[in-house]
Design a protein around this ligand. Sequence first.
Ligand code: ASP
Ligand code: MG
Length: 427
Amino acid sequence: MGIVVQKYGGSSVADAAGIKRVAQRIVNTKKAGHQVVVVVSAMGDTTDDLIDLANEVSPLPPARELDMLLTAGERISMAVLAMAIHDLGHEARSFTGSQAGVITDAEHGKAKIIDVTPGRIQAALAEGAIAIVAGFQGVSQTTKDITTLGRGGSDTTAVALAVALEADVCEIYSDVDGIFTADPRIEPRARKVPRISYEETLEMAAQGAKILHLRCVEYARRYDMPIHVRSSFSEKEGTWVVKSADVAQEGTNTMEAAIITGVAHDRSQAKITVVGVPDKPGEAAAIFRAVAEAQINIDMIVQNVSAAATSLTDISFTLPAGEGQTAMTALSRLQDSVGFESLLYDDSVGKVSVVGAGMSSSPGISARFFEALSEAGVNIEMISTSEIRVSVVVAETQVEAAVNAAHATFDLGSDEIEAVVYGGTGR
Ligand code: ASP
Ligand code: MG
């Protein structure tokens, strides 16, 4: 009898009806002969509402207390879900992250899991109960304080528990049927991907596809835990995230399908250009040291060859738009010491990426992608690549056209409308 870990996101448990519907699914899984461990997120937008409340009370809430507050959201869902399961005639017990043995470091708001000791979960399963665990939280090994894993962290709780319990699979339920070749909201012909590798999923998630929490995929890859991404609103088979050898094994006969897996986009980026940087050693180092010290994660960097006459060059880079002001302030302090001419800031940009494991052995992907963009009249501002990804920065108004063009040129579309978004706004 195998262990199944199921994680239900906020939109799946948004109200009493949702809780009851999820309870029925859980009971069905149990009746099918599995031992079931469930990880829940806070109901609907509870976490955002709690953050708003904290900000109304205090301009800068202490991180320890904010974590204590936010973990309450998941505790509500776990308790009412256990009640709903009881009403269906089955034994269910809820546990906080701490009770479930999720041990973390002491970084409030972005704690990392360092150990999972699920003794109480195993005991509950051994007694035939369904275990319900509050997602996105743990307890610090050193301070014994309650911590949270960062927004969207319930996915990571689920995978970590699945690994610790040696589960057969970690099922992640949301309001869409799986991982799609593009965001169905802007690409109506998006197709569900039946199987995708951890590496491709990481690239898609890092490039803005709102599929899974990045850290949960890293965790699953490290321990080779298969993830089944599916909808709690339908019975359809979703997307399996597995190791690349298991994707290839499927032996899809269309060569094309294997080269590009999907198109991701991200509208949350901004671009900073440092204009007229003296072309000599140490200038880029000084610029990016300042950005790093402001704790800003940058993404793409482009430096032009300097015009011979001026020996000045421009350096552009992208970063999350939310951190734009901090970066501009840090950089303007450098203007005199580095001696650049000016700073430009543009947050009406977006990033569009094509991802596919097959691209490393298949030349011409960039050419084809750029041709498609050109035919769609999309201007490319920046380019970056990895082994299995090509990304471009374009004007925000052209993101949609760029996604559609890439999707079409790599024949990713299906003939029928496959994508249904059942629930609320996210997970
Ligand atoms: N409730 C938390 C959030 O909204 C954690 C999660 O949903 O995974 O970020
Ligand atoms: Mg949530």
